[in-house]
Design a protein around this ligand. Sequence first.
Ligand code: HEC
Length: 386
Amino acid sequence: MTRRVLIAVFQQDSDLLRAVAAVRAAGWKIDDVYAPYAVHGLDRALGWRPSRLSWVCAACGLAGAAFMLWFQQWTSAVSWPLNVGGKPWNSLPAFVPIIFEGMVLAAGLGTVLALFLVARLRPGKKTLPIVPGVFDDRFALVIEETDATFDAAAVSELLRNHHAVEIEERVWEADSCSTGAAGGAAGSRSRRRLNYLLLLVLIVLVAANMLVPRNQAQPNREFLPDMAHSPAYTSESANPNFADGETLQPPVLGTLAQGQRRLPYAATDADALLAGQELHNPLPAGQAGVRERGAVVFQNFCTPCHGGGGLGDGPVALRGYPAPPSLVTGNSTKMPDGQLFHIITYGRANMPPQAGLLSPEDRWAVILHIRSLQTPNTSIPAGTKP
Ligand code: HEC
């Protein structure tokens, strides 16, 4: 199907606005208007209804926010529930920033995509301006010649009265309005070649990444290693600030830091046995609140590896971290409290030391909780499963 159109070119947006109003008042049909920028009041002059793109934007934003809410809920409460400092797993306030970012991202991308779909734009689509200069400083008004009675001369007369600088009649194949002959074919071919080259580079990089063997036993390469491992004074380079060259000075004789007891042990298994003979739990097991405190400490600091019931099935251990032995049936049932205290304080093999995280009281309290896990009839509910 072919259509005949009349194209008028203007130099001023005000001329265009007035011409649009006049053409509509005369009852002729406007096909479209082309301008190098958004002309204020043009859609009202054309009588077009407001764009529905903002509804698309709102819908995409809501979908993005809902997805991010679900995703965080799923990761932190269902797939990998790790207790962080005793906060609930589905801690909503912590989710807000990601929800917001997800909303903005989905709204932005969704709106652009919808615009491309509606305008039938795609990368590589060849279009020519309807008249030269319409991307620059010209305004084009396209009027459809609806039937045989269309009086092109009268319309041209009216348009010229509104300072149209050029008027032209064209015959269009249906749906080919602004698609011209393949312009700039050489340029688009070189662009396409560049894109293929970039795609190839991407594939090679990804493949190279997958081919490099991974060695789990080796630490990753470190960027600025001084940040993690600060240069320390050694026996060769003594600390010049102290007479004996040591940075860690023993406390002044006869003093103790507040709330601190120095343990005369080293982080060895032999000293753990020694501690088992010498140290005794100072907390009375029957005292109200002590075992409850132990249960809280255990849940917050030990369940990631040891599991809620102490079986060695915490979420971290289930996903590759060396699984600890069961605290319910393992060797620890036979160890005295003092030995457990040594292990918890100094760590052992893959068990990290907890002295920096837990006060001595909390370390003793958590031992009482382990004991109640080992003798189920006296145990209090562990609260939550891993
Ligand atoms: C990062 C994971 C991790 C955390 C957190 C952790 N442990 Fe361990 N724990 C281990 C591993 C692994 C072992 C086994 C160590 C070994 O192979 O000698 C272990 C061993 C132990 C043992 C000795 C068990 C035995 O039968 O020999 C005790 C007792 C213990 N942990 C108590 C605790 C307590 C109490 C907490 C919390 C305050 C805690 N652990 C936190 C990983 C962890």
